[in-house]
Design a protein around this ligand. Structure first.
Ligand code: SER
Length: 586
């Protein structure tokens, strides 16, 4: 028996012995990352370094990242998928490349002393088959063969390409490693379609950068980005064919089983898994220091959708009492040692879950009975009915589609979106587009707005209160959004003063400079940091003339005169004691 914690230690120690430096995980809600709702892979927080910026800890990195991928939501319930998971990775930022990455991976998997001691006969590999202008990855195939892999266990696949997550950024061909999980004999020839082969590790050879026009250009440096599924491998090492039977998750499943008094069986197991998965993801979203709450936009919408889906499955299992926060408490118990931030934010997490459960519980029973009536009498769920279920009974549209599908009915989804656009109640763009995740957009305008964010941050401290600290930031190429701690609405006069101060700084044509230094020194020198953010031991500090100094990974423009005219378009409350400013550059 090996625990997930032991596995993580093994991985990290292995790569540390190979001169990698360990990084702490980044928050689930990306810091200063404009275009994503969640961190979906360990490489996200590393994008600036994959693009060539020097990493404070060097060129070889190892770490464990908590990730959310809501694109996999439909898959949850099977034996391998989650919406939240832990992913170990090793990264080379312009240091070693394909051959070395393959050798490290093979050694870690098969070596009995330093690695996992898996049988090489149970491993199989995929390589990129080539597509359009990009050639087949013969090198990867050759390196696997050289290391002793039987070529019948290597398949070429067109899909073996990773990134960019958004429209632009680092990407490249990848090579995936599979493990034979069945008790049956391992077939000689690898068939990637056979789901007894489970993917355990992805090695990405990041040597391309996708530009805005869709073309690829070579990156200045060749990088390695790998992702190794913690729960999947923990299951494999313990001869479990289902990730939900690993130690932590299994005890949560059993906990939910007790609440329902409805024993787990083959028919209801997927509902149990959905509950455990969704409440775990919700616990970690709420546990992020950014204090996201359930709502109808962005991360808040994903959170709402997950909580409500878990509640519906609870109803299907006959759980009639409030259960979401109880399950969350159990989750916090199981994960708090490795993720103390969820223990720290426990009161907030449980409060929010209870509130959301109460809100949905008020309407779900009535809503479901209306729903089943519609299903009984209509061929299709019309836009109007879907909207009624959404607006009056709180059913997320995805849930409406799901229930309809279970009953072999269609939903007029396009009509639904037209309806709500009219009502302007839900931002599909915000929620849906960004579900897929995306990379930090490094366009000129985004960089300008990033620099403007630092200026706004300092102007607020000068004009409103020196206690102000950043509590979140989100930048698109059109606007910046900045959250900070303050307990009342700003007056129009105050907003004018902030604008004027920002434009004064811009017009002074100050120079933006960056310097790397130990975190302690940065903080002592008075560099601003974000409230609740976790930083590595060495950080980049950006200064704007003598106006402001802030810890940040960038990128920024070089001179403030590049920014144009700074204008605040909105100031509002987002949570108790947290205000939000939206601003543009004209
Ligand atoms: N970015 C790749 C993945 O998520 C490897 O880490 O699979």
């Amino acid at each position: 028996m090996i625990t997930s914690k032991e596995l993580k230690n093994k991985f990290i120690e292995f790569f540390k012995k190979k001169d990698h430096q360990e990084i702490d995980f980044s928050p689930l809600i990306p810091e200063n990352d404009p275009t994503v709702l969640f961190t979906t892979a360990g490489m996200h927080p590393l994008v600036p370094f994959l693009l060539g910026q020097e990493h404070p800890l060097g060129k070889k990195i190892v770490g464990n990242q908590i990730c959310i991928r809501t694109t996999d939501i439909e898959e949850v319930g099977d034996k391998t998928h989650f919406t939240f998971f832990e992913m170990l990775g090793n990264w080379s930022l312009g240091d070693y490349f394909k051959k070395q990455a393959i050798e490290y991976a093979f050694e870690f998997l098969t070596n009995k002393e330093f690695g996992l001691g898996l049988l090489k006969e149970k491993l199989a590999f995929t390589c990129f088959s080539g597509k359009e202008k990009i050639p087949k990855d013969q090198d990867a195939f050759d390196f696997w063969k050289e290391i002793g892999v039987n070529e019948k266990r290597i398949a070429f696949i067109e899909d073996n390409w990773w990134g960019p997550v958004g429209n632009t950024g680092p990407c490249g061909p990848d090579s995936e490693i599979f493990y034979w999980t069945s008790k049956e004999e391992v077939p000689e020839t690898f068939d990637p379609e056979d789901d007894r082969w489970v993917e355990i590790w992805n090695l990405v050879f990041m040597e391309h950068n996708k530009k805005q026009d869709g073309e690829l250009e070579p990156l200045n440096q060749k990088n390695i980005d790998t992702g190794f599924g913690v729960e999947r491998v923990t299951a494999i090492l313990n001869n479990q064919d289902d990730v939900f039977f690993t130690e932590k998750l299994n005890s949560i499943l059993r906990f939910v089983e007790k609440l329902s008094e409805n024993p787990i069986n083959q028919a209801n197991l997927s509902s149990y898994k959905i509950i455990v998965d969704h409440i775990r993801t919700s616990t970690f979203i709420l546990g992020d220091d950014r204090a996201i709450i359930p709502s109808n936009v962005d991360q808040g919408y994903v959170l709402r959708r997950l909580i409500r889906r878990a509640i519906r499955h609870g109803t299907m299992l006959g759980i009639n009492t409030s259960f979401v926060s109880k399950v969350s408490e159990k989750i916090i118990e199981n994960y708090k040692e490795e993720f103390p931030h969820i223990q720290k934010n426990k009161t907030f997490i449980l409060e929010q879950l209870t509130k959301e459960e109460n809100r949905f519980k008020e309407t779900i029973v009535k809503g479901l009975s209306v729903f089943y009536k519609v299903i009984e009498y209509k061929e299709e769920i019309s836009a109007k009915n879907a909207f009624l279920l959404y607006q009056s009974y709180g059913f997320p549209i995805e849930m409406i589609v799901e229930i309809a599908k279970e009953n072999n009915k269609q939903v007029d989804v396009d009509g639904f979106y037209k309806e709500y656009e009219i009502h302007k109640k839900l931002s599909r763009q915000g929620a849906e587009k960004k579900f897929k995740g995306g990379l930090s957009d490094h366009s000129e305008n985004t960089k300008k707005l990033h620099t403007a964010t630092h200026i706004l941050n300092q102007a607020l401290r000068e004009i409103i209160s020196s206690d102000i600290k950043q509590k979140g930031s989100n930048i698109t190429s059109e606007r910046l959004r900045f959250d900070f701690n303050f307990s009342r609405k700003l007056t129009p006069e105050e907003l004018k003063k902030i604008e004027a101060r920002a434009n004064e700084v811009i017009n002074k044509d100050m120079i933006i400079e960056k310097e790397m230094m130990p975190l302690k020194e940065a903080l002592e020198s008075g560099a601003q940091s974000e409230f609740g953010a976790r930083y590595p031991e060495k950080v980049w500090v950006y200064t704007i003339g003598d106006f402001t100094k802030e810890i940040c990974t960038g990128p920024h423009v070089q001179r403030t005169s590049e920014l144009g005219y700074f204008k605040i378009v909105k100031e509002q409350s987002v949570a108790a004691g947290v205000r939000r400013i939206k601003a543009v550059l004209e």
